[in-house]
Write a protein that binds this ligand. Sequence first.
Ligand code: AMP
Length: 111
Amino acid sequence: MENCVFCKIMAGEIPSQTVYEDDEMVIFRDAAPIAPVHLLCVPREHFAHLDEMDDRRAALLGRMFLKIAALQNQLGLEGGYRLVINQGENAGQTVQHLHIHILGGKTLPWG
Ligand code: AMP
């Protein structure tokens, strides 16, 4: 989608440090990491919110979770990790393209 930073990354118009990609998702490093490992798992299909999901998109999201779990050691997440999906203004969502934050590499504070 025009003016979407993640769509531009996936189109190769903005550089990124991509660590995994296939025909339906990309995992790249967050530009402003808040943990030693901070990655974003992003579907190639543009949609912003969970309430825009149908069964097909839900299956895609499921495959994203499966892929993260399969790659955890390769991504430096051996000690455990946290997944975050910010939704809307109160959560501080700044990019309106659904994405899963993958956080790890240290013991993460809670709250
Ligand atoms: P959210 O606030 O949940 O929408 O998260 C958006 C994330 O995208 C933030 O953590 C940003 O640091 C990250 N981000 C924004 N632009 C880029 C970019 N060009 N490359 C990598 N990460 C980015």
